[in-house]
Design a binder for this molecule. Structure first.
Ligand SMILES: Nc1ncnc2c1ncn2[C@@H]1O[C@H](COP(=O)(O)OP(=O)(O)OP(=O)(O)O)[C@@H](O)[C@H]1O
Ligand SMILES: [Mg+2]
Length: 309
């Protein structure tokens, strides 16, 4: 007998979300769902509406139109009940300058009976040596880590992380990724706003790409690459005078030459076809290699920035 996997439980459902600031349409008819246990990414250029969207989901901004359901609550009407169950690391936050790291963690956890032990969070987010430091004396990355720890202090079912790793050094970023995976493995759903393509590709189960307030695509990182990035790129170096004939080979979309370097874009079995044709023409290319399309290619294609740049 076939045993079907249970349908994923939807913990966020957004339908037709519209948020306007004066003349600016910050979020324009956005619809999406997030399943429990997912790491759901929001990508998009500056001003695309990512922060506004996650702020509406947390009940921090009131949308003009559309329906939002987060863990069964409407954030507009049940913001207090919802806030006990979610955690938010805001893109722009501040604490009193003289508040110490341990005091901030202790204060935030005192609001929530039964929350996480903040000492564990302090260790996990590598803040122990800064336990007695004042907020004002922390570096940018240390502040960022404190805000993430504060967002997790109530052991939330969903955590919203808005540019969590901006300002972190490479080692701290890797540590943050590990911790995010751990948070997810414990059953917490993560909504992650980021500008880092490697971070989105490695961490996110699905990604919504926003542009000008609209969601222009939602898919897995692999799905975005397969459906929206151009094909593969073959790059090699040669002294051959004329390689324009490569443009006539099947599966080749374009050929560009920069000095001795040749770049061929195409799809399907283009590598085999181009390699065979080069051999036929007696050309032995140097450093021939294949560049697979990346999430960044898909993102730039979707948001139109490749063309504009
Ligand atoms: N409080 C506000 N008052 C007026 N306009 C606002 C306000 N907050 C945001 N906006 C505008 O709404 C649009 C979306 O802003 P938002 O902060 O959601 O973008 P974002 O995708 O988070 O950008 P970034 O990547 O720069 O953080 C922008 O055009 C912004 O100028
Ligand atoms: Mg933002």
């Amino acid at each position: 007998m076939e045993v079907r996997a249970p349908a994923p439980e939807v913990v966020i459902a957004v339908e037709g979300l519209l948020k306007v600031y004066g003349d600016t349409v910050a979020v324009d008819n956005a619809s999406f769902t997030v399943a429990r246990g997912e790491i759901f990414g929001l990508l998009g250029p500056n001003g695309a509406g990512k922060t506004t969207t996650v702020e509406c989901l947390q009940g921090l901004r009131i949308a003009e139109r559309g329906s939002i359901n987060v863990l069964g609550f409407d954030p507009r009407r049940h913001a207090t009940a919802l806030r006990r169950r979610i955690g938010g690391q805001l893109q722009q936050s501040a604490l009193p300058e003289h508040m110490r790291v341990w005091e901030a963690l202790d204060l935030f956890s005192s609001f929530i009976p039964g929350g996480h032990d903040w000492r564990v969070l302090m260790r996990q987010w590598d803040l122990e040596s800064k336990r007695k430091a004042t907020f004002h004396s922390l570096s940018g990355g240390q502040r960022q880590r404190l805000f993430v720890a504060l967002a997790l202090v109530n052991d939330p079912q969903i955590v919203f992380l808005d540019e969590m790793t901006t300002g972190l050094d490479p080692a701290a970023r890797r540590l943050a990724w590990e911790l995010i995976r751990e948070i997810r493995d414990r059953g917490t759903t993560v909504v992650l706003v980021t500008h880092f393509m490697d971070e989105a590709e490695k961490l996110c189960d699905r990604i919504a790409v926003m542009e000008g307030g609209r969601i222009v695509a939602i898919d897995t990182p692999r799905g975005l690459i397969e459906n929206h990035a151009c094909g593969v790129c073959i790059a090699f170096t040669t002294d051959a005078d004329d390689v324009s004939w490569i443009g006539g080979i099947g599966c080749v979309d374009s050929v560009q030459r920069h000095g001795r370097r040749v770049e061929v874009e195409g799809s399907g079995p283009v590598l085999v076809l181009v390699a065979a044709a080069l051999v036929e023409h007696g050309i032995v290319p140097e450093d021939l290699h294949l560049e697979q399309p990346t999430l960044e290619d898909a993102y730039l294609h979707l948001t139109g920035h490749a063309q504009r740049d």
